[in-house]
Design a protein around this ligand. Structure first.
Ligand SMILES: [Fe+2]
Length: 383
């Protein structure tokens, strides 16, 4: 029987190449002219921001560009971005980049409309009551799904633990998808961001809040990642693989946004902050052990679906499915455990990661009941 569900995605999704030509129209559609671009120095270095800036100024817009975004953005980055948006009287914010610039822009857009500081809203603090300032997202990686999600994940300056703030009032107005901008993404980042998309789909598909719509999106995302991520990783110039991965990330993000995540993401916040790892890299390292922990608690029907996606017979044993997932991570050149970080994972660090993970709402969506001692044992087993 189909359980009650909602599916809400107000963001317009525009597939356009090149994005620089599409942006002036998207800005005009929002009756905007003063644009603040939020990006990072790496993206500026590719020349993309110059092309976007030229197209916008050529269309009569005024622009300002904010580039002070860290790889793990903090409340300080968000406060600075919000300040620039207000100082320049920007009537639209355009986020160009991976998850970090997009989440920074999304958090700043929320603060422009709602006031206060980002930390006021963390841990179910101050409620978000106003729709965010207009935001357009342009993802330059195929992974985070942040371009269409209602969450912004930002760390505190004083505490490295990442905590998301989410609200249906935080969706971007428009997401413009141009797979050509991912062509230059290095192999390692392609793999790390791509496996993040895969895990969004996997956790949405195996969690407790599934729906027929998110199942459809998650299954297609998993299938596309399985088929195209290895090619995008080894042959970055393959526009077909890049296009399919951009769709996979979109579908995975939509599934995640509506149906939630699970234990990989619950653990990865603490792992990333303690070990200073990239989000996708940490997720890759966590996947094999967490999937093995969960697999027996995923329904037979869903395990059969997963088996078919990874090229196994429907009734393949759980162990074979775990091996396939692990080999997929290895094939992408990503770590399959945390053994490289054994030195940093003493008992105190493992305890703090376990405790932080249990504060995440995602643990409650995991197919298997999780306790602090499970988190501790899983991290210890990976080290
Ligand atoms: Fe993720």
């Amino acid at each position: 029987m189909i359980q009650p569900f909602d599916f809400q995605l107000p963001t317009r999704i525009s597939w356009r190449m090149p994005v620089s030509e599409a942006l002036p129209d998207a800005v005009a559609d929002l009756d905007s002219r003063r644009v603040m671009i939020v990006t990072d120095p790496g993206i500026v270095g590719t020349g993309l921001i110059d092309r976007i800036d030229n197209a916008l100024t050529g269309a009569g817009c005024t622009t300002s560009t904010f580039t002070d975004v860290g790889s793990n953005p903090t409340t300080r980055h968000v406060a600075s971005a919000r300040e620039m948006a207000q100082d320049t009287n920007a009537d639209v914010i355009v986020a160009v980049g991976g998850g970090s610039p997009i989440d920074t822009a999304k958090a700043a857009a929320m603060l422009v409309a709602n006031g206060g500081e980002y930390s006021d809203y963390q841990w179910d603090g101050r409620p978000i009551t106003q729709q965010s300032h207009p935001l357009i997202t342009v993802p330059t990686t195929a992974g985070t799904g942040s371009e269409i999600s209602k969450v912004a994940v930002i760390s505190d300056e004083s505490e490295p633990f990442k905590k998301g703030v989410l609200s249906p009032l935080m969706y971007a107005r428009v997401a413009i998808l141009d797979p050509e901008v991912t062509i230059g993404l290095p192999s390692g980042l392609t793999a790390a961001t791509g496996i993040d998309a895969f895990i969004h789909a996997l956790e949405a598909f195996t969690g407790k809040r599934t729906s027929p719509i998110t199942d459809m999106l998650a299954i297609e995302s998993l299938r596309l990642c399985w088929q195209h991520l290895p090619i995008a990783t080894t042959t970055g110039s393959d526009i077909e693989a890049r296009s399919q991965m951009m769709l996979a990330a979109l579908y995975g993000g939509m599934a995640m946004d509506q149906s939630g995540l699970g234990l990989v993401h619950a653990l990865s916040g603490g792992v990333c902050s303690r070990l200073h790892l990239h989000h996708g890299l940490a997720n890759a390292a966590l996947l094999p052990t967490v999937f093995e922990f969960n697999v027996g608690h995923i329904s037979a029907e869903r395990r059969h679906t997963l088996s078919r996606i990874v090229g196994l017979p429907s009734d393949a044993p759980d162990e074979a499915l775990v091996v396939s997932m692990t080999e997929f991570v290895r094939l992408l050149g990503l770590p399959t455990d945390l053994s490289e970080h054994r030195e940093s994972l003493d008992a105190d660090v493992i305890d703090s990661i376990a405790e932080e993970s249990m504060r995440m709402v995602m643990v409650h969506n995991n197919p298997r009941l999780v306790e602090t001692s499970d988190c501790r044992s899983l991290i210890a087993a990976m080290a």
